[in-house]
Write a protein that binds this ligand. Structure first.
Ligand code: NAD
Length: 246
């Protein structure tokens, strides 16, 4: 499905990014695993991929910093010779009610979730424009569509990712590059582990499929969008949310 494609996945040491990296490698892609700090999890992931016959390297970079985002993309290209797929997955939450949300908490969420997506996209596009092909997949959130209490910063960043996806999809379409977003609902990862049991029960009650999703269910959709089966899809937002938002 992704045979020989070179793919960069940001924030791929754990959670949804890790599941995407595993699936891409399984489908034959050459995977670049970006991580910010802890190499431990990443080494284990590299070993898992290599033991299964896949190909992957890891590159450390804080994607919210321009120099580091640039270095990530350039090193990936240098190592594998091209760049076919970029998955902007790295993201954080710093939840608080509006009146208690600090400027720092607002800025750090915007810097990583929105600006980081912009920086990686910009540097990847430099390569993809010359190649006249490429697929960019941005991980947004259903919260970017609906808003959510306590997440003014996160909802703004994820809504921003959707707007950016559509703008960039229009800019890059004439060179054969597609840009789409995936908007997960509640997925079992370290990010949702932070929620209290009470909140988890309440959210499950509101999900038509009555359960949280798992990371591989998001990866399934990302793999599709990264594949040639999705060549005629651009500027779209695909929800993976068990019917939560419809
Ligand atoms: P996670 O916290 O398990 O993983 C996020 C990863 O991003 C971590 O490995 C982290 O180190 C990395 N990261 C954070 N800042 C970074 C930076 N500056 N540079 C490089 N890497 C950085 O979370 P997850 O649940 O796997 O989330 C993955 C993506 O999916 C995020 O964008 C998140 O907003 C989105 N999402 C998750 C859910 C969910 O329910 N889990 C729902 C909707 C959207």
């Amino acid at each position: 499905m992704l045979n020989g494609k070179v793919a960069v996945i940001t924030g791929a040491g754990r959670g949804i990014g890790r599941a995407i990296a595993l699936q891409f490698a399984e489908y034959g892609a050459k995977v670049v695993i970006n991580y910010r700090s802890s190499i431990g999890q990443v080494e284990e992931l590299l070993t898992t991929i290599k033991n299964a016959g896949g190909e992957a390297i890891a590159i450390q970079a804080d994607i919210s910093r321009e120099e580091e985002a640039k270095k990530l993309i350039e090193e990936a290209k240098k190592h594998f010779g091209r760049l076919d797929v970029l998955v902007n997955n790295a993201g954080i939450t710093k939840d608080n009610l509006l009146m208690r949300m600090s400027e720092d908490d607002f800025n750090s969420v915007m810097d990583i979730n929105l600006k980081g997506t912009f920086l990686c996209t910009k540097h990847a596009a430099t390569i993809m424009l010359k190649q006249r092909s490429g697929k960019i997949i941005n991980i947004s959130s259903v919260v970017g569509l609906t808003g959510n209490m306590g997440q003014a910063n996160y909802a703004a960043s994820k809504a921003g990712v959707i707007g950016m996806t559509k703008a960039v999809a229009r800019e890059l379409a004439c060179r054969g590059i597609t840009v789409n977003a995936v908007a997960p609902g509640f997925i079992e990862t370290d990010m949702t582990d932070q929620l209290s049991e009470k909140v988890k029960e309440a959210t499950i009650a509101s999900i038509p499929l009555k359960r949280y999703g798992v990371a591989s269910e998001v990866a399934n959709v990302v793999s599709f969008l990264a594949s040639e089966a999705a060549n005629y899809i651009t500027g779209q937002v695909l929800q993976v949310d068990g019917g939560l938002v419809m």
